[in-house]
Design a protein around this ligand. Structure first.
Ligand SMILES: O=C(CO)[C@H](O)[C@H](O)COP(=O)(O)O
Length: 237
């Protein structure tokens, strides 16, 4: 079975958790796109749900698939967010942002009662850090922000190359919020919660791709079937 089929299987398993009347966060990326497509088919068959997209790309997908949309200004909470991830560790801490939507993804996940992460099982890692950590930054004063990030890395016992993300055409990648992304090749993040805290207080850092204590469960699809892993600690811990 190819990777795309595995992603679709994980999305289909998450869809089983969706009930009529739910308010849903809609993630970004190739796996989340499968979820939006499958959800659209259920909506066409009569399911009544409403979604908040985590990116302009997902908004376009949801509109194409006929999923009704709203915003976090119009509703006060979400029942479930279903989103992909770039890495998932055994505590269900995540690296996200490979698709550049980490800021809206984190806002939407934090507003949700539950976050279900869907992925093929190559995303499961013993320790986060093999995937470059995305850090969304304001372009103004980038040199100062970079130096502060490097200092935070040193304090947290990590180091590695950091580069401004570029789009395929070579131009700087600009997020939906108009910001830039630094991708940091850290290799191994021994204390993701500590690093998340250290990055969050740096002026110029808008958000980072460490999702700590946000995921409630992970649905991992692999050659041997689907594994659902529930988070042991309560949300937010
Ligand atoms: O965080 C993300 C986008 O910002 C995605 O969820 C993450 O990159 C996984 O994407 P894919 O499902 O395509 O592997």
């Amino acid at each position: 079975m190819d990777m795309d089929q595995l992603k679709r299987q994980a999305a289909a398993r998450a869809l089983e958790e969706v009930r009529d009347g739910m308010q849903l966060g809609l993630g970004t990326g190739s796996t989340a796109k499968h979820f939006v497509e499958l959800l659209g088919a259920r909506v066409a068959a009569g399911l009544n749900v409403i979604g908040v997209p985590t990116s302009e790309a997902t908004r376009a997908d949801a509109e194409r698939c006929g999923v009704p949309l709203t915003t976090l200004d119009e509703i006060d909470h979400l029942d479930i967010t279903v989103d992909g991830a770039d890495e998932i560790d055994p505590d269900l801490n995540l690296i996200k942002g490979g698709g550049g939507a980490l800021l809206r993804e984190k806002i939407v996940a934090a507003a949700s009662d539950r976050m279900i992460v869907i992925a093929d099982d190559t995303k499961w890692v013993p320790t986060l850090g093999r995937f470059p950590l995305p850090i969304e930054v304001i372009p103004f004063g980038l040199g100062a922000t970079r130096r502060a990030i490097e200092k935070a890395f040193a304090q947290c016992g990590v180091s590695g190359q950091m580069a401004v993300r570029r789009a395929k055409d070579g131009h700087v990648f600009v997020t939906d919020g108009g910001h830039w992304i630094l991708d940091a090749q850290l290799g191994r993040i021994a204390d993701p919660a500590g690093l998340a805290k250290a990055l969050s207080v740096i002026p110029g850092v808008v958000e980072h791709g460490l999702f700590i204590g946000l995921a409630s469960s992970a649905v991992l699809a692999g050659g041997e079937g689907i594994r659902v892993i529930e988070r042991r600690k309560p949300k937010g811990d």
